[in-house]
Design a protein around this ligand. Structure first.
Ligand code: CTP
Length: 473
């Protein structure tokens, strides 16, 4: 985030500003330390900034500024409809939204980077391996800076690459490296759109929470009739602006609210090479963490071992066993909200041989140990301990992983663990663990809602709405 020190160096540094304003340099050093400029000096600093075309509001009120100023990255792919992206650029600029543009190689067969650069009054990016561009604004910055990435027109090719994790140019690399909301506005020949491969990619992306501005039906430039036409730019921009307005509304929803989330599985070692665990991927817990962070919460995630990218959060603490998850979670309380989405192993296994003699588990247990048996040692219940503790957070959310009697079992966990809210799902036959979608029942003490199957990101967003209602009521 931009701060006062950045502003001071842009204006020429401590000495230069002190001279121009006729004040002691130590005063300016204090501004830097406190990250604050006294109100009486706003006007003078504003005058200095005007000459250099610097918007001091960005530095004086970084949080408010973020709230009012949005940025979009437009990726233009190659197709007959590429020309419509010029109007999209014009409308984005008209809405006063900051814009960067990336063009694929095929897009440059229809439009030139010079044309796009002139229209956007800013360099347009085309090359993943450009030394000059990487020095200026590298592809990761491009991927992370924007609030929304809009791909318009989105070809069957970019959808295929995105759905299958191919990153062989600037546009496809950005799509894999972003945390931002991604909108695709597909445009292609109707037979290509209906093709099973395109449809599979479309559904794969939808399940991952990617948003689509659906193609329209009508006469196509290629002379055929069907679905595949890029919607009018105004329609595309209306959807984007609605989304930005929604983001603006929710981005401070949980300011100053601390949230602790447990996620993923735990692993209980038996000996140095063997363990018991479960197939939890951590995707649902991580999606909730990112969603609440995007809404301004101060989020700490305590996560078991997972293979997915880290969520957006203030702190990510990695643990292995249930006991470690318990210790870490308890140690960071108090918090305003606790969400236990982890699939915690309920037991540790203690190997024994004849006459209840426990084995030394420092080394691999050998097959030669006849009559090997295991006794169980129960792990502490993190959720239950927190909810019954003196430092109980205002709101506690649990999950209920069931293979039968889903609602009844979840209800009894809600009551016995004294929770405010529980999300129950059917984890039989690998229906949830590792998947990108989830089907949940959401129970409170006096209500049970059935949510349709949806992406885990979408469950996270709906859960954040629910938590907002309950926490602030
Ligand atoms: N949980 C926990 N610590 C444990 C076990 C469970 O915090 N040692 C939390 C989970 O994160 C989840 C809720 O308790 O939010 C329910 O977990 P689940 O595995 O569905 O049920 P259990 O309580 O373990 O009961 P059972 O295995 O008998 O269904």
């Amino acid at each position: 985030m931009k701060d006062i020190s950045d502003l001071i160096s842009l204006l020429g540094g401590t000495g230069a500003i002190a001279r121009k304003l006729g004040i002691n340099p130590s005063a300016i050093s204090n501004w830097k330390k406190q990250n604050k400029i006294p109100k009486t000096k706003y006007e003078a600093i504003s005058k200095l900034s005007l000459d250099l075309n610097i918007n001091i509001e960005e530095y004086l009120f970084p949080n408010d500024y973020k709230g009012s100023k949005f940025s979009i990255l437009l990726i233009i792919c190659g197709g007959i409809a590429s020309y419509k992206s010029l109007e999209i650029i014009r409308l984005i600029k008209k809405n006063n939204i900051e814009l960067d543009v990336v063009m694929t190689k095929s897009a440059q067969k229809f439009l030139t980077p010079l044309l796009v650069t002139s229209l956007n009054e800013k360099k347009c990016y085309t090359d993943l391996f450009s030394i000059e561009d990487e020095a200026n604004m590298n592809h990761i910055t491009l991927a992370r800076k924007a609030d929304i990435i809009l791909v318009a027109p989105a070809t069957a090719n970019i959808m295929g690459k995105f759905a299958n994790g191919i990153a062989d140019d600037l546009a496809s690399t950005i799509l894999l490296a972003t945390f931002s909301t991604v909108f695709l506005a597909p445009s292609m020949n109707p037979v290509m759109w209906e093709n099973l491969a395109t449809q599979e990619n479309y559904h794969k992306l939808l399940d991952r929470g990617i948003k689509f501005i659906e193609p329209e039906s009508g006469d196509m430039a290629c002379g055929e009739f069907g679905t595949g036409r890029l919607p009018e730019p105004k329609h595309i921009i209306d959807e984007i602006v609605n989304n930005l307005n929604y983001k603006k509304k929710i981005q401070k929803q949980f300011n100053n609210v601390s949230v602790v989330i447990t996620a993923g599985p735990t692993i209980e070692n038996i000996d140095p090479v063997r363990f018991i665990s479960n197939k939890s991927s951590g995707k649902q817990g991580y999606a909730i963490a990112s969603e609440l962070s995007n809404r301004g919460a101060d989020v700490t995630v305590i996560s078991g071992p997972v293979d997915i990218p880290p969520p957006k959060c203030n702190k990510l603490i990695k643990i292995t066993s249930a006991q470690e998850m318990y210790d870490k979670t308890i140690s960071i309380l108090p918090a305003d909200i606790v969400i236990c989405s982890a699939a915690v192993a309920d037991w540790r296994l203690i190997p024994e041989i004849n006459n209840n003699h426990s084995l030394n588990t420092k080394h691999k247990i050998k097959k030669s140990n006849h009559n090997l048996r295991f006794t169980t040692l129960k792990n502490p219940d993190i959720l239950e301990t927190i909810s019954k503790s003196k430092r109980r957070p205002k709101l506690i959310v649990g999950f209920s992983a069931e293979t039968e009697n889903i609602i009844e079992n979840a209800k009894s966990k809600l009551i016995s663990k004294k929770l405010d809210l529980i999300l129950a799902n059917d984890v039989s036959q690998n229906k949830v663990f590792g998947k990108d979608t989830n089907k949940v029942y959401v129970l409170t003490n006096n209500n049970c809602e059935e949510w349709s199957e949806q992406s885990k990101k979408s469950v996270a967003s709906n859960l954040a709405n629910k938590i907002n209602e309950m926490f602030f009521s």
